[in-house]
Design a protein around this ligand. Structure first.
Ligand code: ADP
Length: 259
């Protein structure tokens, strides 16, 4: 683990040169897995995460099926090579907790009533961890669900805010996450309904509300990048489909002959 830095903010700049209200760079690729119904690869600072969605599909064992809705299942997993010191493979208390809160972050937005007796399975694999993996996983999962065509009220966007050197900062990096005074991961819909809110550390009430406002601006920025990534993916696919279509034979009218 890295050493605690003496200062996190010098001349208004953080350890990686960002302003206090600046996100780390985000890169998104949608539809990266051939066998999944929906998928997304997302890089955020040093985080590299992959999300895959399968379903709606029959839920087994059957006694877990719900007659009136689909069951959303979420598994967050850290690859053993994703951190400096190898993590033990398999579920840990931390990954079980993150899976639970991430699943709950999607509960208000997924139209589960459309698919009774089924499961919608979301897998998030952390390939490289660098602080904020739960929020990175939620952002990738949101796009993988959209890519799978799961009906949702909207995308869920997430980011963390925190406190270092007495200042409220957006999108904590590793050192800020490890040694900062507070860490507050938040997920919300585009309409700013909060679907996940956790907090480690201490904030005054005034700081908490200021942090929440900053998280909202962070989530708005993430949402815009998610939206752009979806537009890019589907506008490309649509253009290719049109180009691939056989042109109508010359002289023949296009459209239905019975019309
Ligand atoms: P999040 O990744 O959502 O910020 P935490 O606050 O629990 O969740 O973790 C902060 C960071 O600590 C992670 O992003 C990761 O870089 C590191 N970390 C978490 N678990 C381990 C672990 N078992 N071994 C080494 N580093 C870890």
């Amino acid at each position: 683990m890295s050493e605690k830095p003496e200062h996190f903010i010098v001349d208004g700049k953080r350890l990686d040169g960002r302003r206090v209200d600046e996100l780390r760079p985000i890169k998104i690729e949608i539809g990266v897995l051939g066998r999944a119904d929906g998928s997304c690869y997302l890089e955020w600072g040093n985080n590299k995460v992959l999300a895959a969605v399968y379903g709606p599909r029959e839920l087994h064992p059957r006694h877990r099926q719900k007659m009136t809705r689909s069951v959303v299942q979420f598994r967050y997993n850290m690859a053993s090579f994703s951190v400096d010191e190898r993590t033990r493979p398999g579920p840990s208390r931390r990954s079980i907790e993150i899976s639970k809160v991430s699943r709950e972050a999607f509960e208000p937005v997924v139209f589960t009533k459309f698919f009774p007796k089924t499961a919608i399975d979301v897998f998030v694999e952390i390939l490289q961890a660098g602080a904020g993996t739960r929020t990175a996983g939620i952002n990738a999962a949101s796009l993988a669900l959209a890519d799978a065509g799961i009906p949702m009220r909207g995308l869920v966007s997430a980011c963390a805010v925190g406190k270092v050197d007495g200042e409220i900062v957006l999108d904590l990096m590793k050192e800020e996450d490890n040694y900062g005074e507070a860490d507050l991961p938040v997920a919300m819909t585009a309409g700013r309904q909060i679907t996940l809110l956790q907090m480690d550390g201490h904030l005054t009430t005034e700081e908490f509300y200021r942090a929440l406002e900053l998280a909202k601006t962070g989530c708005d920025q993430v949402y815009e990048l998610q939206r752009q990534a979806l537009i890019e993916k589907y506008s490309k696919e649509y253009t290719t489909e049109i180009e691939d279509e056989d042109p109508a034979p010359a002289g023949e009218p296009e459209g239905d002959a019975d019309e």
